[in-house]
Design a binder for this molecule. Structure first.
Ligand code: URA
Length: 193
């Protein structure tokens, strides 16, 4: 099994009701060899239409955030807790998240990332701690077996509330420092020609 085969299976998923309203399954993008995995909440409108994560306004900001720390889509894997768009961008229901988790677990098993970065509260509560409070806990590091995990404010939250940006800049620097320590090879993954 590799990520392409997993994606093919995922594209036919009808485990929860979100399959009825989706245009595309948004499985995830990035090189299979990367040690860094970013996990958002779920696809928005643009992502649903294009089948790629973080391609709308929040995605543009995510690209800028990655660029600040010498990363980009070519050297990270980016996916979401739920792979299909919740109607009207509502939060994904707990049941929808649970039905979708086997896909993320399989992605993690195949990627074997060293760092998992949650984008926003939903991902942090699902992957780090159900009691996670993003305003209190963003930027903290957690050791979870083979992974180190952290969470940043979701780029959509940074678009809505720019006062959160300075602390996110600090969190990004901490992420860069951690990446240099535990997976310096990530910075060597080059853009494909
Ligand atoms: N917000 C998310 O959480 N994920 C996306 O892919 C796009 C916006």
């Amino acid at each position: 099994m590799d990520l392409n085969v997993l994606r093919e299976h995922c594209l036919h998923c009808s485990s929860c009701g979100l399959y009825e309203t989706r245009h595309n399954v948004v499985f995830g993008v990035g090189p299979e060899t990367t040690p860094i995995l970013f996990v958002g909440e779920g696809p928005g409108e643009q992502e649903d239409l294009r089948g790629e994560p973080f391609v709308g306004p929040a995605g543009k900001l995510l690209d800028d955030m990655l660029c600040i720390i010498d990363l980009g889509r070519h050297n990270c894997y980016i996916t979401n807790i739920v792979k299909c768009r919740p109607p009207h961008n509502r939060d994904p229901f707990e049941t929808e998240q649970d039905m979708c988790m086997p896909w993320l677990r399989s992605q993690v098993r195949l990627l074997q990332p060293k760092l998992i970065v949650c984008l926003g509260r939903i991902a942090a509560q699902k992957l780090i701690d159900p009691e996670y409070r993003i305003s209190r806990d963003h930027g903290k590091w957690y050791n979870r077996g083979k992974f180190r995990m952290t969470a940043l404010y979701h780029p959509s939250a940074l678009l809505r509330d720019p006062t959160k940006r300075p602390s996110t800049f600090e969190d990004l620097k901490s992420l860069q420092k951690m990446a240099r320590e535990v997976c310096p090879e990530v910075f060597e993954i080059n853009k494909p020609e």
